[in-house]
Design a protein around this ligand. Structure first.
Ligand code: NAP
Length: 476
């Protein structure tokens, strides 16, 4: 397999304007396995200008039928390369190969959905009080900058690029420094599938070095960002100068609420993967578990037993459920949280240690007695750590759930229908699941309340977010 190692601009591989490169380390072996050129500010300018030319030069005015056909071709080509995309994802971030392949399929599914959406996305006719004929158009914006993180690199890239293109925009995609390979492959495969040159550019490189130039470029009309709340805030500040459109998918500290009337045994058996999947590096991780007191001890026992059965190890093996963490520094940051928990007297029921001498592995960790003011309770850990706590009173529990500045996801387990509806209404999160741990459907809006974000990815909501509404009034 040849690994992409350059920038993808205007339908071709280009060297960076500087000689800077980023070395990629396989998190399972700690060995450098690739080196990719890093974009510079002049590359940003070239990519944005080329995307703008492609937008003006045809993509925005292409018939919906033709755009649909091209996006379906992209989806088909991605499906033909699922194994390769899965391998690249596994190498660059240590994701277990079965998950990596599934996520490549999810990316292809995004292109299928939005290929179909092109011809089902309409304006309105409006019966205005003066009579005449009033209608709205949904128009593309121009160049969209899509900035994505390393934890789900391929699907998140796809769920930004596909709706933005479907709505008639051109995209400059900036992957995380740790995970440029699948984004670059997306650029190459989409072009091979018929996407015209310049419609999708891929710029690997450091966010610190090129982020400001990309976000503030006058031809960039929208910034679609997924990543940390800290960088999201900076992007919003920069974008505010030109009133650029932004959508932000940020951090989370999601609750998993288990009532005694639920099938709590199933909840306990399935909940470990709701926080430990992707080795906990998941914005939707259910990292705070609230369990009704009457079942608390039995729940914890089952949860811990299910946790101990999780297969942690080589991401290349198809039965591996948890691979290494993405980097030494990410693991170090999680270990700092654990040190704080130890200092504050939390109870470690299992995990918290490095199970292998090589690779950035960390065992899934279950904590009890975590104080409500402790870092592990309040902050996003972004690693395989969960805190479980009992509750007695629904209203008080909900106050604690909603005291978080985040509001991305969450699960509710109950067999009482009224309670399921009442609690779903009360939890301040953008995405909830009842009696399961699903967070995401390509067809449904995904995003957060409060400091978890702004705007929505996926579903038709994402298409709306990549267009401007124009109102036209025609006198009779
Ligand atoms: P991050 O550090 O914020 O980085 C995200 C992206 O922003 C990367 O491509 C990064 O590039 C880039 N970036 C860094 N500095 C920038 C700047 N000044 N201007 C523009 N772009 C800049 O986040 P991360 O560590 O990759 O990802 C983890 C975070 O993402 C967690 O907080 C997680 O909750 C959140 N997340 C949220 C969702 C969601 O849908 N809500 C999904 C996944 C992850 P470099 O890699 O080159 O620094």
């Amino acid at each position: 397999m040849t690994l992409p190692d350059k920038l993808f601009i205007d339908g071709t591989w280009r060297k960076s304007a500087t000689s800077r490169t980023t070395k990629l380390v396989n998190p399972a072996t700690e060995e450098v396995f690739a080196e990719v050129e890093a974009a510079d500010i002049s590359d940003v300018n070239m990519a944005v200008e080329s995307a703008h030319r492609a937008w003006e030069g045809g993509w925005r005015d292409m018939t919906p039928g033709k755009r649909t056909e091209i996006l379906f071709n992209v989806a088909r080509t991605l499906r033909e390369h699922i194994d390769e995309l899965g391998q690249l994802e596994m190498l660059q971030i240590g994701k277990p190969i079965s998950d990596a392949r599934d996520e490549a399929g999810l990316g292809a599914r995004c292109f299928e959905y939005y290929a179909g959406a092109v011809t089902k996305f309409y304006g309105q006719t409006v019966p205005v009080s003066r009579g005449g004929f009033d209608f709205t158009l949904r128009q593309s914006m121009g160049v969209v900058a899509a900035i994505v993180p390393w934890n789900f690199p391929f699907p998140i890239a796809a769920w930004k690029v596909a709706p933005a293109l479907a709505a008639g925009n051109c995209v400059v995609l900036k992957p995380a420094s740790l995970s440029p390979l699948t984004a670059l492959k997306l650029g190459e495969l989409a072009h091979a599938a018929g996407l015209p040159s310049g419609v999708l550019q891929v710029l690997p490189g450091s966010g610190g070095a090129i982020g400001d130039a990309l976000v503030t470029h006058p031809l960039v009309r929208k910034v679609s960002f997924t990543g940390s709340t800290e960088i999201g805030r900076r992007i919003m500040e920069l974008a505010s100068r030109d009133i650029k459109r932004v959508s932000l998918e940020l951090g989370g500290k999601s609750p998993n609420i288990v009532f005694a009337d639920a099938d709590w045994e199933r909840a306990a058996e399935t909940s470990p993967m709701s926080v430990f999947a992707n080795t906990g590096q998941d914005c939707c991780a259910r990292s705070r578990v609230f369990v009704e007191r009457s079942i608390f001890e039995r729940f914890v026992e089952k949860f811990v037993s299910a946790t101990k059965k999780l297969v942690v190890g080589d991401p290349a093996k198809t039965d591996t459920q948890l691979g290494p963490m993405v980097s030494a520094s990410q693991r170090g940051s999680v270990e700092d949280f654990l040190a704080d928990a130890r200092k504050r007297g939390s109870k470690f029921i299992c995990g918290g240690v490095r199970p292998h001498p090589k690779g950035y592995y960390l065992e899934p960790t279950v904590l009890l007695d975590v104080g409500k003011e402790d870092r592990c309770w309040k902050e996003e850990i972004f690693g395989p750590v969960v805190a479980i706590t009992p509750f007695d009173d629904e209203a008080q529990m909900l106050r604690e759930v909603n005291s978080s500045p985040y509001g991305l996801s969450g699960s509710i387990w109950t067999n009482n229908l009224s309670r399921a509806i009442r609690v779903s209404r009360a939890v301040q999160s953008g995405v909830l699941s009842v009696n399961c741990h699903s967070s995401l459907h390509v067809e449904a809006p995904f995003g957060g309340f409060k400091q978890s974000g702004l705007g929505r990815d996926l579903g038709m909501a994402a298409m709306e977010g990549y267009t401007e509404v124009k109102n036209v009034y025609v006198a009779e």
